[in-house]
Design a binder for this molecule. Structure first.
Ligand code: NAD
Length: 359
């Protein structure tokens, strides 16, 4: 197969983890006899520095012309006081909208060998295997009006949580369809006791559920869900959430399974899929060679599966990650106490070598 991937390394640890994900894809191409062409473009802070725009036109065009997009992370404290449209994160939001990627899939599965890396007791986390389905193009991150303004001499900030019924329905269908290939349970997250927007969310999800009588639906308020996620994480199967609730809960899920650095994501629904680790640019560890590249590598596996239906290739990457972790290799975020840890590059090489060995 011939595959064209636009790669957006981005800021902070983005380029470090993406280098390893690209090496893994190159190994997959060698072993499974595919041809992968990579085009590298800027997004985020590095794009602001070079083009005064967090998503230059050339970047969006290259993404729309590719078969899939692989992204590292955006974010740089240097731009913290810039206006909203000139911040790195604005580039990512525009990219997601430009690609029409409304469904963000974030698996959080416990690798057995990492039970000790979670802050929770092993009997609590045993069997945790959650798929968070997060709506990605609506809610507070996109709603209008949004601004900070002066009202009678006092500054006031406004954001808007807004969802239409069709927007809720299409993401709910993604969650129910995916539940059918898993344990057939959807937990829909909202705050329907307080928010009108959430009441519409709950009503719409309940209506969509009637088309999926074989899937069990439960509703949960976001605050109680946050608690249940640490108290009984293994009880969740598919978790369906609007944009901000899903963003927050997936970081929490990262800690439950051992580290945010492990979590991968796929953003689908438009003509070109976008694949990126869940974590941000981690400026606190950028440049130190200690970032965990497995979230980016597992995002590359999702790319192979969702954009190209290359299930064997995706499984090879996932198996490699599982075996490398079982063999005891740990990046710093996964190491406990004075346990030895490997660098970003060494972890990537372990995965690449494993894939080459099965070839
Ligand atoms: P973050 O995800 O960058 O980091 C949170 C914590 O997790 C930090 O302690 C960091 O060191 C650690 N961490 C994250 N990824 C890791 C990895 N791969 N290996 C080891 N440790 C890892 O979140 P933050 O600190 O809140 O945000 C930093 C910047 O990233 C901000 O500018 C924010 O806007 C941006 N951000 C971007 C994205 C994205 O690009 N998708 C997502 C979240 C945050």
């Amino acid at each position: 197969m011939r595959i064209r991937i636009t790669v957006l390394p981005g800021d902070g640890i983005g380029p470090e983890v993406i280098t390893e994900a690209v090496c893994v894809l190159e190994a997959v191409a060698r072993v499974f006899k595919h041809e992968i062409n990579f085009t590298f473009k800027e997004i985020g802070g590095c794009a602001i520095r070079q083009h005064n725009d967090p998503l230059p036109e050339g970047t969006l065009t290259a993404c729309l012309e590719a078969d899939a997009v692989l992204l590292g992370a955006v974010g740089d404290p240097e731009f913290d006081n810039y206006p909203t449209h000139l911040r790195p994160e604005a580039g990512l939001l525009r990219l997601r909208r430009g690609l029409g990627a409304f469904a963000n899939l974030r698996p959080a599965r416990l690798f057995d060998s990492l039970a000790g890396a979670s802050p929770l007791k092993s009997e609590v986390i045993k069997g945790t295997d959650i798929l968070i389905v997060r709506e990605l193009l609506g809610g507070l991150y996109f709603g209008e009006p949004r601004h900070v303004s002066d009202v009678n001499g006092t500054r006031e900030g406004i954001n808007t949580m807004r969802y239409s019924e069709p927007e809720i329905e299409r993401i709910a269908r993604v969650a129910f369809d995916l539940a059918r290939s898993r344990r057939r349970k959807v937990t829909s997250v909202d705050k329907a006791n307080v928010l009108e927007c959430s009441r519409l969310w709950r009503e719409t999800v309940t209506r969509v559920a009637q088309d999926y009588p074989d899937v069990k639906l439960e509703h949960q308020y976001v605050d109680s869900c946050a608690m249940a996620l640490v108290a009984r994480p293994a009880s969740f199967d598919v978790m369906l959430a609007e944009n901000m609730f899903g963003d927050i809960l997936s970081d929490e899920a990262g800690a439950v399974v051992g580290s945010l650095g492990l979590l991968a994501s796929a953003s689908i629904g438009g003509p070109v899929g976008l694949y990126e680790p869940v974590h941000g640019s981690a400026p606190d560890i950028a440049g130190k060679g200690i970032a965990n590249p497995l979230g980016a590598i597992l995002s590359a596996a999702m790319l192979l599966r969702f954009s190209f239906q290359l299930d064997n290739e995706a499984a090879a990457v996932e198996t490699a990650v599982e075996k490398i972790l079982s063999a005891g290799h740990r990046t710093r975020d996964l190491a406990s106490g004075d346990q030895q840890f490997v660098t970003t590059e060494e972890m990537g090489k372990h995965v690449t070598d494993y894939i080459e060995r099965i070839g």
